[in-house]
Design a protein around this ligand. Structure first.
Ligand SMILES: NC(=O)c1ccc[n+]([C@@H]2O[C@H](COP(=O)([O-])OP(=O)(O)OC[C@H]3O[C@@H](n4cnc5c(N)ncnc54)[C@H](O)[C@@H]3O)[C@@H](O)[C@H]2O)c1
Length: 247
């Protein structure tokens, strides 16, 4: 691989089998990082790892369940074993299930909070000694749903608001360890997660601007890199201006 903005960095990406996580893993590898691709979908994670290998990069696919504490912690240990060190954790795995609040099953609520929020608790706690050793950083996946209310997506929006609180709190707490913690708030990005609920043609929200997974990957490269060494506790909107426009 040619010299890149992340040459020498070892990066753990969760949710790396699809969408934003997949695009991020590919882009990080193009920038010279070695990557651990963690997902519940090992088959697809292996395919992404093979793509990276074919580019001359280094990647290891790891199976884990973000809803399971022990699995999260074991996966971090496996990533460190595979990469030999850990410079960056990109917490991207997430789920979105829509429905009226009154009808959300408790299991759906619990699963959303577990995957979108509590997994970050376990992964970051397990990764912290390694990130402290490398003066590394963390990039968490929030959402434009983290700064406004979203009808029919209360569990998702609540989990993403909490990701913002976690990110800011850890940025403040880890500052003296020289471990930076930032988050990205994407607007609508064309991935399997969201295309399933894309409004039909003619719907008032059908003609909004859609970003691509690569738009988010580019922002993660920046936050993960030493170019962002003075960026800490930031929630970076990557949404084509939709939050600014109040949409
Ligand atoms: N697509 C968007 O418009 C959008 C907007 C804002 C935020 N996000 C966030 O970006 C992140 C990635 O979403 P995406 O759009 O790429 O979705 P996606 O469905 O394409 O990818 C999500 C990945 O997470 C993995 N995953 C889900 N549950 C898991 C679990 N229990 N254990 C392990 N892996 C699990 C899936 O297997 C999948 O590979 C999510 O956190 C999502 O909330 C997406």
């Amino acid at each position: 691989m040619p010299e890149g903005r992340l040459t020498g960095k070892a990066i753990l990406v969760t949710g790396a089998a699809s969408g934003i996580g997949r695009a991020t893993a590919l882009r990080l590898a193009q920038e010279g990082a070695s990557v651990a691709l963690a997902d519940r979908n090992l088959l697809s994670a292996n395919e992404v790892a093979a793509e990276i290998g074919a580019m001359g990069g280094t990647a290891a696919a790891l199976e884990f369940d973000a809803a399971d504490a022990a699995s999260c912690r074991r996966m971090v240990d496996q990533a460190v074993a595979a990469l030999g060190r850990l410079d960056v954790v990109a917490n991207i795995a997430g789920v979105l299930q829509r429905g009226p609040f009154a009808e959300i099953p408790a299991e759906t609520w619990d699963a959303t909070i577990a995957v979108n929020l509590t997994a970050m608790f376990h992964i970051i706690q397990q990764a912290l000694p390694h990130l402290t050793a490398t003066r590394g950083n963390i990039v968490n996946m929030a959402s434009s749903a983290a700064s406004r209310g979203v009808p029919l997506s209360a569990a998702y929006s609540a989990s993403k608001h909490a990701v913002v609180g976690l990110t800011k709190s850890l940025a403040a707490e880890f500052k003296d360890r020289h471990v930076r913690v930032n988050a990205i708030s994407p607007g609508p990005i064309a991935t399997p997660l969201i295309m399933a609920i894309k409004p039909p043609p003619g719907h008032p929200q059908a003609d909004i601007d859609w970003g691509q997974p690569e738009d988010i990957a580019a922002a993660i490269v920046y936050l993960a890199s030493d170019e962002a060494r003075f960026v800490n506790g930031t929630i970076l909107s990557v949404d084509g201006g939709q939050t600014a426009a109040g949409r």
